[in-house]
Design a protein around this ligand. Sequence first.
Ligand code: TEU
Ligand code: CA
Length: 540
Amino acid sequence: MSKWWQERVVYQIYPRSFQDSNGDGIGDINGIISRLGCLKDLGVGIIWLSPVYPSPNADNGYDISDYMNIHPEYGTMKDMDRLLAEAAKCDIKIVMDLVINHTSDEHEWFEKSRQKIEPYKDYYIWKPDKKGKRPNNWTSFFAEPCWTYDEVRKEYYLHLFAKKQPDLNYHNPKVLEEVKAIMRFWLDKGVAGFRCDVINIIYKTSLEDGKKKLILTGSEHYLSQEGNHKILQELRQEVLDHYDCFTVGETVFVTPEIGKKLCDQDRRELDMIFSFEHMEADQWLVKYFHRKFNVKKFSQSIAKWQVALDWHANYLENHDQRRIVSRFSDEYYREASGKLFAVLLLSLKGTPYIYQGQEIGMTNFDYTSIDEVRDIESINVDAFLKKHHVPKFLRWKMIKETSRDNCRTPMQWSSNEHGDFTTGVPWLAVNKNHIHINVKSQLDDPQSIRSFYKKMIALRAKHDVLKYGEFEALEITHKLFVFKRTYEDTTFTVVLNISNKSLKTEYNGKVKISTRYRKQFDGLLEPYEAIILEGGKHDQ
Ligand code: TEU
Ligand code: CA
């Protein structure tokens, strides 16, 4: 039996950059409410809201100081309740971001923990120094040491991300009880589930030194540990099972084998996960070592995960990734590739996640210096490279290619000043190309990328084969990705030319949907052309 979260399309909102309603330059909840009609029109059925909780914003809300409240920058709890009610009227469900690996160092629990006030004393991972050195040799995700010495408690605390994001201690059962209370609080309000931030690293089995590695030394002690699986099972049984909701896990460094365990409907942990492998097709080891986008690697990893899991969380963009039309294509082919990626995303098996702005083909930022960047990860990396005497032009090249701010520039609603994102000064500059890339101009243009997304979303809604069909890769080359979806007696064959060259293929026939409005396909593909061929089970 299918579930509502398999039928619907998710739209991710990064609240800070979506729509400002009061002119302070920061997107907010009332801004979101004012745009619900637009999302409804697109065909969105679920919104995933990146964090809107009180936060000192060291990592834009992924450092939470109060889980059961709303940051005044974004509005009030009343506004949040209104958002839930208004969204429900549009038949849109809302999923919250659950960030429970760490809190902010300004959370009351941490303030008390550093003073050894019970019951908070062991809510975090504290260790004395090791003969004048840090407690172990682990390294963090954010290019800084992952232990920071606290002058109050006179001990080190662990943080796998920024130093303002201390990791919670899941060896203390009280911490999990707090998490359950937070989840129930939001579920009782009517949220439809959670996107669970870095959810496969919350349980640290030991704090021993790790094997020295180029990245994430120590990760063998916390990546997808048995204790982590147990926690997920407990949250499912004690909390989630009592509501009509779903969870999507952001799981880092997962393999298909671990992914299978996490999503296994008998083990009952998560409903689906985000994997990262397809996002690594333009890097060596880490994203800072950028290399030419490898279409074959990209398509192969998508195919691998499609086959491995019964249900997947499919995405091409989010608030941590760069824009696909700039990254996996050439902006010269923005229109064509924007539509091609819409075909890809919406014809894979699983729940599709669209990131704000993706539906109009927004591009990477147009900044020219690090001074315009706000992303803590970029700022830390720049400082790290500077310390190692990397020259400025090279540092900027690396940051420009990889910064998370590439996708955090404000939403481009119109060609007006600041794209109608705000009437004030935006917290992060709006891309100058909002003059020609914006929602308003695409709304009524049947040829626009947005209209194409709308059409693809409707097509997916109509055809079970796109949602539930078996996936089979037919051909993967350095330019071509062809796969087939089969459900009962229907097949859809998806033919994608992920290159700027014209290509001949052996696949041809009647076209169901095309990025070029073809009815019949003769086997010749234009640059970045995508088509879906409809056929019976025994065709091809
Ligand atoms: O991201 C986890 C994560 O793996 C990222 O830090 C990733 O390594 C990086 O963004 C790649 O550029 C989640 C959130 O999505 C991210 O925004 C947060 O900064 C992070 O967790 C900490 O909460
Ligand atoms: Ca505002």
